[in-house]
Design a binder for this molecule. Structure first.
Ligand SMILES: [Zn+2]
Length: 159
């Protein structure tokens, strides 16, 4: 479950974290065998979710049987319960979950955070301008709180 940052610094930190995770997943995909990349398209990701504040992805996938996949983004590790997994690099199930992460989670989350940050900047600019007109040195705390509340958006579960 992702959270919505409150401050610009929080937004920037969240975007930095997301960028690092995206690069880690892309590096994981780059090291897999080419045939597994297209065979991953045959894998049905039954269920997937983020754990540990998004540091870990857990998923159930169906290939020829039902397998459990874990991808750790902080330390970039991966695991799958299928027999193919430990032979050479990430299996097609790990690749399928990594692809799903990029498309269904990382990309929408990037958009959400970018838009949220822009909304917060605009809202803070607006109350700062008001403050200048009325001679305030800082945005009125209530206006600022309201602006932040408006800039925040709800975000649903991973899948
Ligand atoms: Zn597997």
């Amino acid at each position: 479950m992702s959270t919505t940052p409150n401050t610009l610094a929080d937004y920037d930190a969240a975007l930095d974290t997301l960028r690092a995770r995206g690069l880690a997943v892309r590096a994981l995909l780059a090291e897999c065998r080419a045939d597994r990349r297209w065979r991953a398209a045959t894998v049905n990701v039954v269920w997937a979710a983020a754990r540990d504040n998004g540091d870990r992805i857990v998923a159930s996938v169906r290939g020829s049987a039902l397998y459990e996949v874990t991808i750790t983004l902080g330390a970039v590790g991966f695991n799958c319960t299928c027999p193919d997994h430990n032979r050479t690099g990430p299996c097609k199930h790990v690749v399928a979950v990594a692809n799903r992460y990029l498309v269904k989670y990382a990309r929408p989350e990037w958009t959400r955070l970018t838009e949220g940050r822009a909304a917060l900047v605009a809202a803070l600019d607006a109350v700062s301008d008001e403050g200048e007109d009325e001679g305030w040195e800082d945005p009125h705390p209530e206006d600022r709180a309201e602006a932040i509340a408006l800039a925040r958006a709800e975000f649903g579960p991973l899948y």
